[in-house]
Design a protein. Structure first.
Length: 303
């Protein structure tokens, strides 16, 4: 019997895990293309600080969703879901496998499960919660969410106050749990997902992160951030690498301290990424060196 099923192979993992090199080798092996699920690589102006694939890598395998937006364009997970699903309809006419590669869990989740059915809440609710958060701290916010929506408490990143505030404002405004609004209007997926999580050992990952930051500085990250100073209020510039150097430009600390903070914050971010993906409960973990093991796993699931 011929298997005509289409497969979206998700290569997820923390920053600096080696996803790009691995995905390119796999895409070449399976004769297909890559969709980037890195929420900062969409932007044309962000290059060094986002560790985009270089020109040689882009020539080896066709990539989508890299350098497609300007930094002042709003492009969220809902837009990404819509665009990816439309593109996959076309790509699956030519390919049996397509790769979705990145570390932005919210965007990957949007493609796999749909985007939450958001409620329009008056701004006063968020303002009140922000004030209480500043007064009472993160633990208070976590406890409030646990009290009002245990289901969402179990899945949210508990170190992300804005996600928790978003959930609580919906709870307070509607009198219902935030989790009751999630994924109500999921569009059908005409493919089967194979979610893989790339997990280097911690020592190797942290070493790669530190080396990558040093390489970014040698490549001119300081200059890149300086040229984007007028856009620093955009969300894409409020991320690791850009916010620390802007703080350095503002005189908050010296350049050496800024670089150390980039490394530290990147390591913290990588740890949160791993926790988030593992909490999803559906990602099969592989070492980035286990290319043959990944090939065998995909082939066994799809034969």
């Amino acid at each position: 019997m011929i298997n005509n099923q289409k497969y979206l192979i998700v290569i997820a993992g923390p920053t600096a895990a080696g996803k790009t090199d691995l995905a390119i080798q796999l895409a070449e092996h399976f004769g297909t293309v890559i969709l980037s699920a890195d929420s900062r690589q969409f932007y044309k102006e962000l290059n060094i600080g986002t560790a985009k694939p270089d020109q040689e890598q882009l020539k080896r395998v066709k990539h989508y969703f890299i350098n497609t937006k300007n930094v002042d364009e709003l492009y969220g997970a809902g837009h990404f879901e819509k665009d990816v699903l439309a593109l996959l309809e076309e790509l699956f006419k030519q390919h049996r496998f397509v790769f979705l590669v990145g570390g932005s869990g919210l965007y990957i989740n949007a493609v796999l499960n749909g985007v939450d059915d958001f409620v329009d809440v008056p701004g006063a609710f968020r303002a009140e919660l922000n004030q209480q958060f500043l007064k009472n701290g993160l633990v208070w916010l976590q406890n409030e969410l646990k009290r009002k929506d245990k289901a969402y408490f179990k899945q949210v990143d508990l170190n992300n106050p804005q996600r928790m505030i978003r959930a609580l404002e919906v709870c307070n405004y509607t009198g219902k749990t935030y989790s009751s609004f999630l994924n109500k209007n999921k569009n059908p997926r005409h493919f089967e997902a194979i979610p893989l999580l790339i997990t280097p050992d911690r020592e190797t990952l942290y070493k790669r992160i530190n080396e990558r930051v040093d390489e970014m500085m040698r490549m001119g990250l300081e200059t890149e951030v300086k040229t984007l100073k007028e856009h620093r209020h955009q969300n894409a510039l409020k991320t690791v690498g850009y916010k620390e150097l802007n703080a350095y430009f503002d005189g908050e600390y010296d350049l050496k301290t800024a670089i150390e903070k980039i490394k530290q914050h990147t390591r913290n971010y990588a740890k949160r990424q791993l926790t988030w993906f593992r909490n999803q409960g559906r990602f099969k973990e592989f070492s980035p060196q286990d290319i043959q093991g990944i090939k065998n796993y995909i082939q066994n699931l799809t034969q």
